[in-house]
Design a binder for this molecule. Structure first.
Ligand SMILES: [Zn+2]
Length: 253
């Protein structure tokens, strides 16, 4: 991770925050530019309440028309988003942004530099206008993760960032994000956005979320599915990589 190689990152972060402030105050406004990222951004990305919890269920039938013999759940739900492989959650988010009109790219495995999804303009995919961090978590995202993401944004000279999680953000994280222009989408938020899409889009996203062995997590280093292992000391189970001992990646079960 970015911060692990910098022993004292607090000073650097202040510099990054200053750099971001400078970037935002740059006199060349992007709003009138023909390739404006703001124009391409869905309206909700520019709203300040992007992370507020959903108060009511969106209207309409949330389920796909015909699930046929397909195994697994018939529709996307918060429970499903919170239980699928973290890599599939990332892919669902990437596909969602593609459906919104972005050119979205993810990395199959290996060090991602703190960026899970890069969003480029359809007319020029190499021009990254927004970066996305995805956390398929059960616990709330804290200010620590937001600080790290802001540092990644600054290091990549990107002034627009979206942090998506299947869980929630704690109060400090929300405040920090609002102060620093990071758009937040919690589990209910991303689900609400998905449910506002067409039935075909929802089916496409469900298909990605439930692809293959969708409940088994992926090794972030090797890009292959982990296997269930047993800790010989306390007999507990955990997810380990089949490439052990070359790969030491593990996740709690
Ligand atoms: Zn591995």
């Amino acid at each position: 991770m970015y911060w692990k190689i910098i022993p004292d990152y607090r000073g650097i972060l202040s510099f990054h925050e200053l750099a971001l402030t400078f970037l935002r105050a740059w006199p060349i406004t992007t709003e009138r530019h023909p390739d404006s990222p703001r124009r391409l951004m869905p309206r909700w990305l520019m709203e300040s309440d992007a992370c507020s919890p959903v108060k009511e269920q969106p209207p309409g039938d949330p389920g796909p028309a015909d699930v046929g013999d397909r195994p697994g759940p018939a529709a996307l739900s918060l429970e499903l988003l919170q239980s699928i492989d973290w890599k599939l959650f990332e892919e669902v988010c990437a596909e969602y942004f593609r459906l919104c009109g972005f050119h979205a790219t993810t990395q199959r495995c290996g060090a991602d530099g703190g960026i899970d999804i890069r969003l480029g303009l359809p007319s020029d995919p190499s021009r990254i206008v927004n970066i996305v961090q995805c956390k398929r978590w059960g616990k709330p995202v804290r200010i620590k993760e937001l600080r790290e993401f802001l540092g990644v944004m600054a290091a990549n000279k990107i002034s627009h960032g979206v942090f998506v999680t299947s869980s929630t953000f704690n109060v400090k994280a929300k405040k920090f994000a609002a102060e620093n222009g990071v758009y937040l989408l919690d589990g209910e938020g991303i689900l609400k956005r998905i449910m506002e899409r067409s039935r075909a889009d929802r089916e496409r996203l469900l298909e990605i979320a439930t692809e293959g062995d969708y409940l088994t997590p992926t090794c972030a280093s090797c890009g292959i599915k982990l296997v269930s292992r047993r800790n010989k000391k306390d007999n507990s189970t955990f997810w380990g990589c089949i490439n052990y001992p070359q790969c030491w990646y593990t996740l709690p079960a």
